[in-house]
Design a binder for this molecule. Structure first.
Ligand SMILES: O=C(O)c1cc(=O)[nH]c(=O)n1[C@@H]1O[C@H](COP(=O)(O)O)[C@@H](O)[C@H]1O
Length: 287
């Protein structure tokens, strides 16, 4: 007897849309900087990392749409840090948050397949709902991650126009051979993402990362999927900046803040109140 074909998993794009509708348009980054551990009165060691991370997860995972752990802050403690990351991902997902692993991977295709297996395969210990990737080895080098995400109902966020001021020299460089030299690297990446999401727009599962700190996006942001907008808070951007930067693409925007929320811990009620206020501020500028 041939086995029944199994149902394809629900796409990340649809899961994200539901999470935003029910929980509000906000991603909170879990970035356990040494300075934040100190501010919370915790030691800068794996035990402090675990207390910090699991407090943030307890406060936010049952109410915020997306949590974005920054891998480097866990990696710096070696295997004990990775164990904390693994626990955080599992507990956060069980509480209903979508976990976006911020590891910013990008490599030749064959190695990219390894990163995809580490973060997106359904049986991976660090299996996340989505992963940040960098496209600067060429968009098609991301194919193994794009395919793995599709198969797992996961998402991929392609770093495109970053929130830091140094990004322009690469991201806004003109692509050789485009008419008038007018097409930027970032626009080329955005066009690839839009093509990837065709047929699934506006709930595509491939997103672009576009900093909320930009003076203007100056690019066509109609990618048919989510636009992660880091830079809110500690980097100086505010929800009020979002309409200017994103224009008609505003409904696709998922703003992200890390330090400016985490600085209010370890009090759980305070962390929740700050995240709720931020989500409300985003709703107010989006409606
Ligand atoms: O991909 C990202 O998340 C990202 C892209 C970008 O352009 N700028 C940016 O700040 N980020 C990340 O977003 C987080 C911002 O943290 P805060 O500045 O503390 O809110 C960090 O984890 C950054 O690595």
């Amino acid at each position: 007897m041939t086995p029944e074909p199994s149902e394809p998993p629900e796409s990340f794009g649809h899961r994200l849309r539901r999470a935003r509708d029910t929980r509000g348009p906000l991603c909170v980054g879990i970035d356990p900087h040494a300075a934040l551990l100190a501010r919370w009165g915790l030691p800068d060691d794996p035990a402090g990392l675990e207390r910090f991370t699991m407090t943030a997860v307890e406060a936010l995972a049952d109410r915020v749409a997306v949590l974005k752990p920054q891998s480097a802050f866990f990696e710096r403690f070696g295997s004990r840090g990775i164990a904390v990351l693994e626990k955080a991902v599992t507990v956060a997902r069980a509480a209903g948050a979508l976990v976006l692993m911020d590891a910013k991977r990008g490599d030749i295709g064959s190695t990219m397949a390894g990163y995809a297996a580490a973060y997106l395969d359904k049986d991976a210990p660090l299996r996340s709902d989505a992963l940040t990737v960098t496209p600067y080895l060429g968009y098609e080098s991301l194919r193994p991650a794009l395919d793995a995400a599709h198969a797992a109902g996961a998402g991929v966020f392609v770093v495109t126009l970053t929130s830091n001021p140094e990004g322009d020299e690469v991201q806004r460089a003109a692509v050789r051979g485009t008419p008038g030299g007018a097409r930027t690297v970032a626009q080329t990446v955005l066009d690839h993402i839009a093509a990837e999401n065709r047929g699934a727009a506006p709930f595509g599962s491939v997103g672009a990362v576009v900093g909320a700190t930009l003076a203007e996006a100056d690019a066509d942001l109609a990618v048919g999927g989510p636009l992660l907008a880091p830079g809110i808070g500690a980097q100086g951007a505010a929800p009020a900046d979002l309409p200017r930067v994103f224009g008609a693409a505003l409904p696709q925007v998922l703003p992200s803040a890390s330090r400016s929320v985490l600085a209010h811990g370890p009090d759980i009620a305070r962390l929740r109140a700050v995240a709720e206020q931020l989500a409300d501020d985003v709703r107010n500028v989006s409606s």
